[in-house]
Ligand binder design. Structure first.
Ligand SMILES: [Zn+2]
Ligand SMILES: [Zn+2]
Ligand SMILES: [Zn+2]
Ligand SMILES: [Zn+2]
Length: 209
């Protein structure tokens, strides 16, 4: 799945974007910044590249992931780093008050889990670091283009029927017109969104969409 570099607005493949971003990310300040690649564990066509200070905490990264891709009804979440769990509301596990720089290094791969019931799992990797400046708490460097999802009639899909999705029926994606005539209850419909949590629980899109 192709995506857009948010710095120069050009389109790149998932493989090409990492190399391309390196041409932008030079040392130009004094804040230690991590470049992180994030992708759906089971849906890698959803991906992001971000920059975040190494001094930020796991809970700051958790907040960002919830805002852009995950939050539906305040479920528990966790990072899994070297098999250690860092949980949003811990019960004996570690919490998320650790600085990224104290638990992560360049090249490390780790995971994020949202909702231990209908779980969405993400794969993250520290691609690099630099000394730079950052205006926002998290800077989006690049993001995948929304997948082109069509209704069986050929129109652009606006809704996903979660009932048909769970039953693995072929036509779970519906355009506005076909949604009106669909056999399942209207409450089963969720919007088609650019996120690996599309169609899960009550997920209706992020604050960046
Ligand atoms: Zn660029
Ligand atoms: Zn939910
Ligand atoms: Zn249905
Ligand atoms: Zn249709």
């Amino acid at each position: 799945m192709k995506g857009v570099c948010y710095i120069c607005n050009k389109t790149f493949s998932k493989a090409g974007i990492t190399k391309h971003l390196k041409t932008h990310l030079k040392d130009d300040g004094y804040i230690r910044l991590y470049h992180i690649r994030i992708a759906g564990f089971y849906d890698p066509q959803y991906w992001l590249h971000i920059e975040i200070p190494a001094d930020a905490k796991l809970k700051d990264l958790d907040k960002f992931l919830r805002d852009i891709w995950l939050e539906c009804c305040d479920h528990l979440s966790a990072f899994v780093i070297n098999d250690v769990y860092y949980v949003s509301i811990p019960e004996g596990e570690k919490d998320m008050n650790f600085k990224l720089g104290s638990v992560l290094n360049i090249g490390m791969e780790f995971y994020h889990l949202y909702d231990f019931g209908s779980q969405t799992k993400l794969r993250l990797k520290i691609m690099g670091e630099r000394n730079g400046t950052l205006k926002e708490k998290v800077r989006i460097l690049a993001r995948n283009n929304p997948p082109k999802i069509t209704c069986s009639c050929g129109e652009k899909a606006k809704w996903i029927c979660t009932q048909c999705f769970y039953d693995s029926e072929e036509n779970c994606y519906l355009c506005e017109r076909c949604a009106k005539e669909h056999k399942c209850e209207e409450e089963m419909l969720l919007p088609v969104v650019n996120s690996p949590r599309m169609g899960v629980c009550g997920y209706a899109g992020g604050i960046y969409d």
